[in-house]
Design a binder for this molecule. Sequence first.
Ligand SMILES: Nc1ncnc2c1ncn2[C@@H]1O[C@H](COP(=O)(O)OP(=O)(O)O)[C@@H](O)[C@H]1O
Ligand SMILES: [Mg+2]
Length: 456
Amino acid sequence: MEEVIVRLGIPQPKQKQFFMAHRKFVAFGGARGGGKSWAVREKAKRLAIKWAGIKILIIRKTYNDLRENHILPLQADLPPTFAEYKEKDKSFIFRNGSRIKCCYFDNDNDALQYQGQEYDVIFLEEATQFTESVFNVMKACLRGANAFPKRMYLTCNPDGVGFLWVKRLFVSCEYEANENPDDYMFIQSLVDDNKVLMESNPEYVKQLDSLPDDLRKRWRYGSWDVSESQYFGEFRRDIHVCEPFSIPAEWRRYRAFDYGLDMLACYWVAVDALHNAYVYKEFCESDLPISTAAQKILDFTNDDENIYLTLAPPDLWNRSQETGKSKAYLFEEAGLKLVQSSNDREAGWLAIKELLKTDVNGQSRLHIFSNCKKLIKYLPELQRDEKRPTDCATEPHEITHSPDALRYFAVYWTRPAPSPKEKRVRYRADELEDYRRATSQEERDRIIERKGGLPL
Ligand SMILES: Nc1ncnc2c1ncn2[C@@H]1O[C@H](COP(=O)(O)OP(=O)(O)O)[C@@H](O)[C@H]1O
Ligand SMILES: [Mg+2]
């Protein structure tokens, strides 16, 4: 076989530790410029050379970052006769049979296409840019009937939508019953550990030093305190989550939900005499047509629950062009009468913030029963919208439904939307005729509700 020269870089001490780490899940970095991406591609190269036939996957959030950090540098280091790059599936095929596949997940759902595939080693670059569901899907791909190591290497910065799960597993080390603490390991690397960069580009360190306080703490010094990008940074499990208890009959109970075909997220909330709100039940399910969604909400409500009203977003009152009926109308036909909440996002988020706020005794007005798992998970994961910092980001979409449902409750409860009977709106001639000809008050009320007000 023809001789080739393959360039292998020389690791710095922290990178050496990373190369030697043998736990199943190894997280590396935790700050900017620590030499994470360098370590990923060098480790991948070394594994591919050592274990003939091994299957390696490198994941990044965007194609551009994947190309700049991995595909181009690997192409520069690996002669094609030794490892040929195939653009079609972004893979380096080594002549010993090993393979490094590079991929990017713009959207967290992109991970699903890897479900059922097998890899020996997976690198999840910038893991904090992904939700925990990506980590869960990808860790199920770590398998294969062979003697190769099975590992996932993660790099991370203390920010982004994945801030909390990465922090839990690798920094605060709070494990759940099905997680083995011995599987996890974190190796911190700061820019100071990357002497090559410190010497070649001292400007970079100066840039990090001149960042605003919060960013400097995280990107320069690797602090995992509350992340600025988190919208509800005030959320605290010890304050806002409580164990379920039996709710006194006299407390007023509400339901609030967000509905789309992709997801129904419904919450039951009880309010005590002091105006504390307790979110006590959740129901989330995807792909439910309206009639089934209505039925499920009703089935999940006990006969003695005595719901005061059920809140839903105003767009459910838009009429379908084909049938002329609104979703709210269809819900009502299926036995679930709805009350319109407001979709003023900023007012809604502020209303939640108001409920989360703690008083001098450290008590807040919002309490979530520990069985409402999705809300407890997604509320702190919501990110600030980069362009409108007073709003939440709408991506990743799947984490928004539960907070949206809570928002419809909070905004209504603290500032009710005007009742349709206090508003007047323009009716079309045919609608006006329907209204005048209505044979009962009930029918007329339904028209008023559907139109969002009385005729002008
Ligand atoms: N051991 C090393 N030898 C040579 N250059 C390195 C080494 N480690 C890091 N670098 C260089 O330092 C810079 C920052 O490293 P990088 O891996 O991109 O950091 P991070 O991904 O942590 O932000 C890059 O230019 C990288 O090539
Ligand atoms: Mg990097």
